[in-house]
Unconditional design. Structure first.
Lengths: 393, 525
């Protein structure tokens, strides 16, 4: 298979999914009596002045950074066949505690930032490890336990916010933690726009973008190039073969959930350290669930997830301008939801096409036979549901 | 692929008066990437036992699925009793009087024989199962075809041979006049095979037609009235079992000289490699899956474990590999007690593993070959450097394995799923040999591979043995066990019940031990 064909088949599924989602959304907009082409124009209208246009880019990138981290956190577990639905709870716990810890200490800038990051990662990892320990020792499905832990995390986060970590005054409408001191904030990287010769935007571009890129590269290297990553992927492809090869399945569950949780811990930090400087009742919610969608769309590869995060952020940016054009902002949610649904289906179709092509290329893959069904790699996401072949007799 | 038919085409329809019960003309069936059947010609007379022989992967099963309506052929015609017929589904085939007895039984344990037989075509009265009517018809079938079964026994309590008779009765109950038996003897010991052949004779006497698929030539010659040989997806000729020797048949099947599993001289040395002392593995059902197994594998020795499948062999292998906890006993490798070691430590200490089910335990089907080379060797060069995967090292070594072990694949980037079973198995054997293990656990190493690969794997095992590797061989192929082993252990209900010398043993005697007929303690259970 040539490189072109390989890339082509990797892009095929998401491309089909996006086109499908746009068509469905257009139909929905038509149904509510508005003009789909208006919506499309709003999506791509970044503003009139150069400053407005770069501002739009900043909004997209700032939104993409947490989405990317969320997608990464989910995908690490997905690659091993674990469904970490608990990213939502992991990042909320991590963010509230990191915000509290960051506000409570005074340190020189680089150390202060580092401390907040370490606290967030540790809390995320610890919270995720509960899921792993339950699974390893008691056989509790990680799907169930991580969903349940989300509720507990939200409850604990609320209690911490209203109780020990409360920073806002009594009676304030919005309850927040105390603001991070200047030394605990992550500097913006607006200098980037001068370097590439674009107009300075109104807002600040999160410096955390750089951290996200480093984390993305680290995860990619970990998965693709290290022994640990091999063990992780092997377990995802075939747990039974992995165990027979000497991989300690329980240890892998624990380690993978720790990594996934640690990455999840970072999700809230771009907003915390770059914009709000405190955790509060208005803090960005739902990133953990969006992360599942982003990971699916990005087919669990770090590069794919980066594109998926950018696409979701691009759609999210249009939420406010759409309302100016009298189109409900939920159009964005509809597009995103349809993309995810479509991508699950398209991924499966693409996977079967790839597999079939591989068999045709060698001309020796056995014909489908009930006595030798392809064993079900209980692996990545919904895209791995093997259909029983030749379910005859 | 295009090999000229070795024999003459099936004896022309000399007696053109009576139409054939089953006639296939020019059947071709393609799957994405392969032609599974090509220009199949088959003529089966009414009231005969007609054997279809061919190696694994020759296309027998595909052909039978065509005949049973499980898929439609791309070309060719099917004639039943001289009439051209289109079979769209197994239901069509059953309606046309064709019944299939599958290699793997499809019975529910907690049903009685009667319930199993009527399942799916129950006689009803007022919406309820009419047991009296069912019993009457079943008794009639049993007595007519001399099937010795009690309709009220639970399937759970039946042996393999009886279960097979239930499957046959099930097909007869649906009015089949032509029965297809897919590798019916694969799961039977020799004594049960004889009983089956008795049943087939009864069916034939009653005018039924039997199509018997097998690759065991002696059995085929014993039971069949005529034989059609399939090789590489096409019929290469027919043979008369009375005038054809097993060797001639085999050569038609293989297209070349037959390999033999016979080992040469003994290479057994004194040093023990693997010692099991009272190894016990618990099971969910109470009786231990492996009960006090004690055996020794020495350097240069092949110890064969014979036994009907499900008597604890799989659990024993798992225990040695560290995939299942021990309930008692010790396992030592070259003097070290490895009972508490992890699977990875055992592999690193020099245990190679050819698993019974290569798809489940031996490969990552959706991963390329070079990644499969790493599997099980994640901690050792050339696959890794420190904590990193050594891509170029793994790829180079995969190329070496493909070259030395004749793994036919387009390249190291091909997905494992794209390879045939034989090539997958050769890759696994090559991989396990490449680290120079002290001990090789070979569970059914030639199962489901073609004859060329089988011969190659036997050679590899013999060479490894000569170099001093200890090999524990678990197999269901009695010839393979007798031919390769230096010592044979028989496993029955979790226990090692007999130690036999393969040099003076026939498959029939071994089969007797496997069922407990020769074993004092076994008769009680």
């Amino acid at each position: 298979m040539t490189a072109v064909r390989r890339v082509g088949s990797a892009l095929l599924a998401p491309a089909i999914a996006v086109v499908f989602a746009v068509v469905i959304t257009a139909l929905v907009i038509l149904l509510i009596g508005e003009n789909p082409s208006t919506a499309l124009r709003v999506l791509f209208d970044f503003g009139d002045t150069p400053a407005q246009q770069t501002q739009s880019i900043v909004v997209i990138l700032n939104r993409a950074v947490p989405l990317f981290l969320a997608g990464l956190a989910v995908s690490v577990a997905f690659r091993m066949g674990l469904f970490n639905i608990g990213v939502e709870g992991q990042y909320r716990m991590a963010t509230v505690l990191a915000a509290g810890a960051g506000a409570a200490v005074a340190l020189p800038a680089p150390l202060h930032v580092l401390l907040i990051i370490v606290v967030a990662m540790a809390v995320g990892a610890l919270w995720a490890s509960i899921v792993a320990i339950l699974k390893v020792t008691r056989g509790v499905s990680e799907v169930i336990s991580s969903i349940m832990l989300n509720f507990i995390a939200l409850g604990i986060a609320s209690w911490l916010l209203t109780g020990p970590l409360r920073g806002s005054e009594e009676g304030a409408a919005i309850i927040t933690t105390e603001d991070l001191p200047e030394s605990g904030r992550f500097p913006a990287i607006n200098g980037l726009f001068d370097v590439v010769g674009l107009a300075q935007p109104r807002g600040e571009l999160y410096g955390f973008l750089l951290v996200a890129i480093v984390v993305g590269i680290a995860i990619a290297v970990l998965l693709k190039r290290t022994r640990f990553g091999f063990d992780l992927r092997a377990t995802g492809l075939s747990p039974s073969a992995a165990t027979a090869s000497g991989i300690d399945a329980r240890g892998m569950v624990l380690k993978t959930m720790l990594i996934s949780g640690a990455v999840a811990g970072l999700i809230g930090l771009p907003d915390l350290m770059g914009r709000t400087h405190h955790f509060g009742t208005e803090f960005t919610a739902g990133l953990g669930f969006l992360g599942i969608a982003v990971a699916l769309l990005g087919r669990n590869s770090p590069v794919g997830i980066a594109f998926a995060a950018l696409l979701f952020a691009f759609l999210d940016r249009a939420a406010v301008p759409l309302q100016f054009a009298d189109i409900p902002a939920s159009v964005v949610t509809i597009i995103q939801g349809t993309i995810v649904l479509a991508v699950v289906v398209a991924n499966e179709i693409a996977r079967q096409l790839t597999r079939r092509r591989a068999e045709r290329d060698t001309g020796q893959g056995g014909p489908p036979a009930p006595e030798s069904p392809s064993p079900n790699p209980t692996g990545t996401a919904g895209s791995r549901i093997d259909e029983p072949q030749g379910a005859g007799a | 692929m295009a090999e000229a038919p070795a024999g003459a085409h099936p004896a022309a329809a000399a007696n053109g008066d009576a139409p054939y019960a089953v006639e296939l003309r020019g059947i071709t069936k393609r799957f994405p990437g392969v032609v599974a059947n090509r220009d199949i010609e088959l003529r089966v007379r009414r009231g005969e036992v007609h054997a279809i022989v061919g190696e694994n992967g020759a296309g027998k099963s595909t052909l039978m699925k065509t005949l049973y309506g499980m898929h439609r052929p791309d070309e060719g015609t099917i004639l039943l009793d001289g009439r051209e017929t289109t079979l769209r589904s197994p239901a069509d085939a059953i309606a046309a009087g064709i019944g299939m007895v599958h290699q793997h039984f499809m019975l529910a344990d907690y049903f009685t024989v009667l319930e199993s037989i009527v399942l799916g075509s129950e006689p009803t009265s007022g919406g309820r199962l009419d047991r009296a009517e069912a019993r009457r018809r079943i008794r009639e079938i049993f007595s007519r075809y001399a099937l010795n079964l009690d309709p009220d026994v639970l399937v759970e309590d039946l042996g393999v041979g009886d279960r097979q008779r239930v499957e046959i009765a099930k097909v007869l109950y649906r009015g089949a006049t032509t029965l297809i038996l897919d590798e019916p003897t694969a799961v039977l010991v020799p004594q049960e095979v004889d009983e089956l052949f008795g049943n087939l004779a009864e069916l034939k006497r009653e005018g039924l037609t039997v199509i018997f698929i097998s690759h065991k030539l002696d059995e085929v010659r014993k039971v069949a009235d005529s034989i059609t040989v399939i090789r590489r997806g096409t019929t290469v000729g027919s043979a008369d079992p009375r005038t054809t020797t097993a060797r001639q048949l085999a050569e038609m099947m293989v297209g070349s000289e037959l390999p033999s599993p016979q080992t040469r001289t003994s290479t057994v040395r004194e040093t023990p490699v693997l010692e099991l002392r009272g190894v016990t593995v618990a099971s969910l059902t109470g009786r231990p899956a492996v009960d006090g197994a004690t055996l020794t594998v020495r350097e240069g020795e092949v110890v064969g474990i014979a036994g009907v499948e499900g008597n604890g062999q799989a659990e024993l292998v798992d225990a040695i590999m560290g995939l299942r906890p021990l309930a008692g006993g010790t396992i030592s490798l070259g003097g070290d007690d490895i009972s508490a070691w992890s699977t990875r430590s055992r592999r690193e200490a020099g245990v190679g593993f050819i698993p019974e089910d290569r798809h489940r335990q031996g490969m990552l089907l959706d991963a390329p070959l070079w990644e499969n080379r790493i599997l099980g060797h994640q901690t050792r060069p050339p696959a890794v450097k420190g904590v990193f995967i050594d891509r170029s090292g793994a790829r180079t070594d995969t190329e070496r394995i493909m070259r030395e072990y004749d793994v036919r694949a387009p390249g190291v980037d091909a997905l494992a799923v794209a390879l045939s079973g034989g090539n997958q198995q050769k890759l696994i054997v090559g991989r396990e040999m490449s680290s120079g293990p002290r001990l090789l656990i070979a569970a059914h190493p030639t199962r489901g591979v073609d004859v060329g690969a089988q011969a190659a794997i036997w050679e590899l095992l013999k060479d490894a043995r000569a170099e001093g590797m200890g090999i524990l061989l678990i197999s269901a192929d009695l010839d393979e066990l007798i031919g390769l082993s230096d010592t044979l252990q028989v496993m029955l209900r979790g226990r090692l019940v007999a130690e036999l010398d393969p040099a003076s043993l026939t498959p029939e005697e071994l089969g007797g031990h496997m069922t407990g007929a020769h074993d004092g303690s076994g008769s009680a259970a």
